[in-house]
Design a protein around this ligand. Structure first.
Ligand code: ZN
Length: 144
């Protein structure tokens, strides 16, 4: 058996009718979140009702993909067998520029360099043909 055959599959999402647009957008490497048609508040995680006004009129919009680290922890032991070899793993809550907070991982940097308030940007990890996960990395400095 090769290492590939013995690798444990990571836990993957099971999109619901409510969350499917989020996962379909992620596959296109777009970060989409909901926005209330009535009160204009951005909403994440995906749901049926606006948490601010109760409206069921929620549109899907493309988010900037930018935010700041609201809080984080560093997992130094794998919290799932599939995470073996990926530690230390930064588990964070990122506050999007649009307002909502997302639980995610911070990638592409030294975990010990992560700080609360650090500007970050979304990156997309195609973990399978069907599933793309949204992580964040330190925001690039300067212009394009
Ligand atoms: Zn609303």
């Amino acid at each position: 058996m090769t290492a590939e055959q013995t690798r444990v599959q990571p836990p993957l999402p099971h999109p619901s009718p409510i969350s499917a647009p989020y996962w379909e957008a992620a596959r296109r490497h777009e970060l989409r979140i909901q926005r209330c048609v009535i009160c204009r508040q951005h909403v994440f995680y995906p749901r049926l009702n606006c948490p601010a006004c109760g409206s069921q009129q929620l549109d899907w919009v493309i988010a900037s993909g930018r935010g700041t680290i609201y809080t984080y922890t560093i997992a130094r032991r794998p919290t799932h067998p599939s995470f073996a070899g990926r530690t230390p793993l930064v588990i964070a809550i990122v506050e999007l520029d649009e307002g909502p907070r997302m639980t995610t991982n911070i990638v592409g940097c030294d975990p010990d360099s992560v700080q609360i308030g650090m500007p970050v940007e979304a990156v997309f990890d195609d973990v399978s043909p069907e599933t793309t996960l949204v992580f964040f990395r330190p925001a690039s400095q300067g212009g394009p």
